[in-house]
Design a protein around this ligand. Structure first.
Ligand code: CA
Length: 556
């Protein structure tokens, strides 16, 4: 432990040093001015900020961890300087490796260090842990309403958001600013290898659970890749949540993550009550089917270690490489295969591109979640309200200007589309242009992590829901065309003590039991013992407490 901590500190020092060296190099010339005022940029891009808090005050220093840390941002970038001038702030960026987020943050917390503004991931269980450890400071709704009225109105009144306050609420206080996602309203994708379907004589994309089973059986037995070997399977772990969904609210929406970090139990709403979805009898039926498929050899035995063997979380190497014929969990935009002439050199969605690299002569087709024996159907939907959001720490709360500035930034991000675009893509006219509603230009085609490294996407964690659609017209047209069904959205419920105290043990028991039943290591009827164990070890308490808290939060 000590070694890890020391190594981490050293790395930070090196990073800090290189940043200050960079700053020293570029502060002597005036390239900031040149970058900020491209000849074709609209006038408003370089105008004085509309909101200038107390110009005689020195810039407020903000230790900033309010962004997706896919790359270390350039603190000296012209876009950062632009934001610093507009808000009279001095941003000091924290960088926490996104793939080691909780581990690295915990080391900092243990050393008594925290940023002023922090991204909170992991939903309400994390909120509770942070509040109990004195990391998060509450934010008053009235303050948000006063300093960020446009944003406040979205939370309270936007039809797709429908009061997002419970997503940041604990013990009747609010510990962050809810975040929304347009993508999150679409169900996760169901993607077939279309060439395989054709090769085994299936011309209609499967719709029912029986049709799924028929396709999987043929994928296993009828040599869909025509290499003369029995070397293919139907499915692996990414589509399993959608199979569960043919029976009821999917208890697990990500087997791989839950196995690695058992930190979540899904709730479902049943007859107006909040219940734990994993102990519902319909999940036993779904597991019985998966066990039948496993015994028949339709499921890749390596599903336990996941069809994603590395890299970007949504990659499915097993699907790319022709080991299985269906994948899921990803989003519609990953798989866009209708190439669009409005986009230059369009090659489609990122995962579609990967697939075509691996199987240039094969094609994919978007499917739909299967319809189960009693009519249940749906893929998990992340929801319009994100479980990652930004919050004020107790350190940040020491200087009231931090929250004031933060809320002023949130309001600018939610009310001024040009500003939001500027902080996302850079300068209009040079970094990006808009032609017939299509965004293009050098910074538009950059991967997100490269934009972050350049000092973009650091300050628009909040936006207006429609602006994503404006920036990605082609993508969302595709999403609306292929994702026509609704799916299962997690209900937003308050975190309760029984949940926080027991979630890890119960989540671990859940994912292990599910996998053992699928592989046949445990009999299907062991599900009943599992339900008894869950109920006796906190499950009943969770359901009781969460329904009481839910009724209270609805009454308010
Ligand atoms: Ca084969």
């Amino acid at each position: 432990m000590n070694l890890k901590k020391r190594r981490f500190t050293v790395v930070l020092c090196v990073l800090a040093l290189s940043i200050s060296l960079l700053a020293g190099c570029s502060s002597k010339n005036n390239n900031l001015e040149a970058t900020m005022a491209p000849s074709t940029a609209p006038a408003e891009a370089t105008e004085a900020p509309e909101v200038t808090p107390e110009p005689d005050l020195p810039p407020v220093e903000i230790q900033w961890l309010g962004y997706d840390t896919y790359a270390q941002p350039d603190e000296d970038s012209p876009y950062v300087k632009m934001a610093e001038e507009k808000f009279n702030a001095d941003f000091k960026f924290w960088f926490i490796d996104d793939t080691k987020w909780h581990d690295q943050l915990n080391v900092k917390f243990a050393a008594g260090e925290m940023p002023d503004i922090i991204k909170v991931t992991g939903g309400l269980a994390t909120v509770k842990r942070y509040v109990d450890n004195g990391i998060l400071a509450p934010i008053e709704k009235e303050t948000v309403k006063k300093l960020a009225p446009t944003y406040y109105d979205i939370i309270e009144n936007h039809p797709q958001v429908d009061n997002a306050w419970p997503s940041v609420s604990y013990n009747g206080k609010f510990y962050g600013l809810p975040r929304f996602s347009l993508n999150g309203q679409y169900p996760t994708a169901v993607v077939w290898n279309k060439t395989w379907l054709e090769n085994v004589g299936i011309t209609k994309t499967p719709e029912t659970i029986e049709e799924f089973e028929e396709a999987f059986t043929k994928f296993r037995n009828n040599d869909p890749d025509k290499n003369g070997k029995k070397d293919t399977y139907g499915l692996s772990d990414f589509i399993m949540p959608v199979i569960l969904g043919a029976y009821g609210f999917p208890a697990i929406d990500d087997f791989k993550t839950l196995l690695q970090a058992p930190e979540e139990l899904n709730y479902a709403v049943k007859d107006g009550k909040i219940v734990l979805s994993s102990i519902q009898p319909e999940m036993k039926e779904a597991l019985a089917l998966l066990n039948k498929w496993y015994k028949a050899g339709l499921i890749d035995p390596e599903f336990i270690t996941s069809e994603n063997t590395g890299g970007y979380w949504a990659n499915s190497q097993a699907f790319f490489n022709g080991k299985i014929g269906i994948t899921g969990m990803s989003m519609f935009y990953h798989w866009r295969y209708d190439l669009d002439s409005r986009l230059k050199d369009d090659q489609g969605g990122d995962l579609y591109k990967e697939f075509k690299l691996a199987q240039p002569n094969s094609m994919v087709v978007m499917g739909q979640a299967p319809i189960g024996p009693k009519g249940a159907s749906g893929a998990p939907v992340w929801g319009a309200v994100s479980n990652a959001f930004l919050a004020l720490t107790t350190e940040g709360a020491k200087d009231p200007r931090v929250l004031e500035t933060f809320l002023t930034m949130v309001e600018a991000s939610a009310s001024d589309e040009d500003w939001n675009n500027q902080m996302y893509y850079g300068n209009k006219g040079t970094d990006y242009t808009v032609n017939n509603g299509i965004f293009e230009g050098p910074n538009v085609i950059l991967p997100g992590k490269d934009r972050i490294a350049k000092g973009l996407q650091l300050f628009n964690y909040f936006g207006n829901l429609e602006w994503d659609k404006h920036r990605n017209v082609v993508t969302f047209e595709w999403g609306d065309k292929y994702n026509t069904k609704t799916g299962y959205v997690d209900p937003i419920v308050p975190v309760v003590d029984a949940y926080a105290n027991n979630v890890n043990d119960l989540a671990k028991l859940t994912v292990e039991t599910y996998i053992k039943i699928i592989t046949g290591e445990s009999p299907i009827d062991s599900f009943d013992d599992y339900v008894t164990k869950i109920r006796a070890n906190g499950g009943d308490e969770i359901e009781k407490e969460v329904n009481e808290a839910y009724a209270l939060s609805k009454g308010n």
